[in-house]
Ligand binder design. Structure first.
Ligand code: FAD
Length: 417
């Protein structure tokens, strides 16, 4: 039986849909608001596909800052910074640097959540019978120099403190793990417990499961404003202009509680609700190579890869798709696809997989909702009826199932004020 408590969830990306699912399983009356016509059309659309506890290291370190400064002057580098002044960007960068002292604590926290999330996600997929092109052949981090490998050894020790085992592998062992990889490799680390899958497939299917569990999913519905009043949490929204019933104008609904899961839109909602959630949109790109014939399918890797030098990740989605993703661009909210960022990913494929044709590929860009300390904001806001599960940055696919479980537990036990 449903409780009387009504909860609004803003956003139908991976964080919003997993949150709605866990809330519904706890018997709450949940309504999801989503601006797009379908769930998972923004950042949860074509990401790197990795569910990677092995990639849980936060980026707040002195070496990242120095590397970043060097990359700013090279056009094909993994990082691009538009130097145009912006209070949002520079306040975020100042907080990023200010979080360097929390590097170890935040990395351990991220690994712990990632390990929990992997098992939650597998249970959800099993319970709801969701096929998301999962590949359980592990994730291989590879390094072309001894120096890079030695830095990774220190990261491995830190990940171990959070409970993750990853195994050092030699160049010969790497050749066995992924025979298609053609490179002069020094060594790597292999995490057999990590896996990959299609975030869009998973989120869309879970949204359908939510509806089966009585969640109301309002797509093509843009939330204009949220506020807390004596009545409760007020959500003002309107239906997309392109829809027939758009003439209804702005409507107001009142809920007992709200969970903000709006990706890069969460900062704006937080400020309406009296909170500061300093998410910056860090743009990333992906290419999905369509592997049309058997020869091309055999030439593409099956094991998921992470090239720490190029900052690129890969995943094999089913038999006929191979995805490469990466780069971090600090350039505001624009989702424009810039060729200068796509070209290095194609060249990377040609270098490492010379027999794989990239003749047929699709490019994509998305905005990572990134907190300056790289730790998602999961918990209650200043007002007791307001909650956040957002700011998952480069690891939303990896972490969402754990943070949704945590936030749903808190929302369910808190009494609306
Ligand atoms: C190139 C790239 C590669 C990545 N690779 C990986 C990876 O390999 N592994 C990993 O774990 N993570 C990866 N990520 C990160 C991951 O994709 C994100 O962390 C995750 O998708 C964020 O999910 P979200 O639900 O927070 O945001 P979103 O998916 O963006 O969802 C937020 C939703 O809120 C809706 N919304 C916002 N404002 C409003 C409004 N006013 N009204 C109604 N609806 C609204 C939006 O339309 C959107 O659908 C990658 C990201 C990028 C860009």
């Amino acid at each position: 039986m449903k409780s009387q408590k009504r909860v609004a969830v803003i956003g139908a990306g991976i964080t919003g849909i997993t949150t709605a699912y866990f809330l519904a399983k706890k018997g709450l009356d949940v309504t999801v608001f989503e601006a797009n016509p379908y769930p998972a059309m923004e950042t949860s659309y074509a990401n790197g596909g990795q569910l990677s506890a092995s990639n849980a290291e936060v980026w707040n370190s002195v070496s990242t800052v120095f590397k970043g400064l060097g990359w700013m002057f090279s056009s094909g580098a993994p990082l691009l910074m538009n130097p145009k002044p912006s209070w949002h960007k520079y306040s975020w960068l100042a907080e990023f640097v200010g979080s360097i002292f929390q590097y170890e604590k935040n990395t351990i926290q991220t690994v712990e959540w990632a390990i929990k999330a992997r098992s939650h996600l597998l249970s959800i997929a099993k319970d709801e019978n969701i096929d998301f092109d999962r590949k359980s052949t592990g994730i291989l981090h590879f390094y072309e120099s001894k120096k890079q490998f030695e830095v990774a050894e220190q990261v491995t020790a830190l990940l171990k403190k959070g409970g993750l085992e990853r195994q050092a592998v030699t160049a010969e062992e790497i050749k066995k793990i992924e025979p298609t990889l053609e490179s002069d490799i020094y060594g790597g680390f292999y995490t057999s417990s990590d896996f990959t899958g299609d975030i869009h497939k998973f989120t869309s299917s879970l949204a359908k499961a939510c509806i089966r569990h009585d969640v109301t999913v309002r797509t093509s519905t843009l939330v204009d404003r949220v506020a807390v009043s004596a009545e409760g949490v007020e959500v003002f929204s309107h239906i997309d202009d392109s829809k027939k019933d758009a003439s209804q104008g702005i409507s107001k609904e009142v809920f007992d509680q709200i969970v903000v899961c709006a990706g890069v839109g969460s900062r704006k909602f937080a400020s309406m609700l009296g909170d500061r959630v300093n998410i910056y949109p860090v743009k990333g790109y992906s290419i999905t190579v369509n592997l049309e014939d058997e020869a091309n399918q055999n030439a593409a890797p099956n094991t998921s890869l992470l090239d720490d030098n190029a900052k690129l990740v890969t995943s094999r989605l089913g038999t006929s798709r191979f995805r490469v993703a990466g780069t971090a661009e600090f350039n505001g909210y624009s989702k424009d696809i810039i060729w200068k960022r796509i070209d290095p990913m194609l060249k990377w494929c040609h270098r490492h997989f010379p027999d794989m044709s990239t003749e047929n590929f699709v490019s994509w860009a998305g905005l990572r909702p990134m907190m300056p300390n790289m730790v998602p904001r999961v918990g209650q806001g200043n007002h007791p009826s307001v909650f956040y599960n957002t700011g998952h940055g480069h690891l939303g696919w990896t972490l969402a199932a754990a943070t949704a479980d945590i936030i749903s537990g808190i929302v369910a036990t808190e009494q609306p004020k």
